[in-house]
Design a protein around this ligand. Sequence first.
Ligand SMILES: [Fe+2]
Length: 301
Amino acid sequence: MGKGEIVAGYLAPHPPHLVYGENPPQNEPRSQGGWEPLRWAYERARKTLDELKPDVLLVHSPHWITQQGHHFLGVPHLTGKSVDPIFPNLFRYQFELNVDVELAQACAEEGARLGLTTKMMRNPKFRVDYGTITTLHMMRPQWDIPVVGISANNSPYYLSTREGLEEMDILGRATRAAIEASGRRAVLLASNTLCHYHFHEEPEPPEDMSKEHPENMAGYLWDMRIIDLLRQGRVKETFELLPKFIDEAFAEVKSGAFTWMFSAMGYPELAGELHGYGTVIGTGNAVMEWNLVKAGLARAA
Ligand SMILES: [Fe+2]
């Protein structure tokens, strides 16, 4: 085999409110809309994803938490209901997806070879977490591309941030090696919110956008600083600032997906395309794309 490649990476956050606002048939609760600028940002991302024609979507979600090691979905076909434990009133989603088990297994093996604890998830009745499902739905609502789902070991929360993110860097390198050996055209999805300060009371109805704004000015300023660096392709500087951003903005990138994705792409100093930014219950969310084909950094260019 061989000659596989990563064709793009997307920052693709997972507030379930976006699925709720869209009213797809798979989600039980109904809304009057809401969070349109972010949902329209995802529409733009869906279009570019479609043009890339990937064989597989790899997603790392902070809400599939595994205390021991990094786990990978390892069942070829999964179906069931995914419910957000915090917002069951907004997200009860009937999912059905196909897993690229061969690539998942290869990622797990490469990770183990580089010293990580990895494990395949073989439970056929496994309920896929709402982070994975929301990111995948918002990027590809047709559900016609196989996926590799990766858990959050959450090592940055019980080791130091730096040690935990070093593990995610290794997981990224393992993912890249597995993709290259697989022959697949792969897209990486980092399912992360930026500033994570949020409101503690929900408006009635939840989609009342007159109540939606950044929870925290300092957090908003941090988000703009990070997005501005990323839009200029100043990736090295972004990663130098990341631990401070995580501490001061309570940023969800701490859970590792963002580092995993950039490590797998080789930290290219490439300007990211911002499809849109918006808040959800006060948290900061950016939909951004690093298209390695357009940039001439993928073989397909
Ligand atoms: Fe989250």
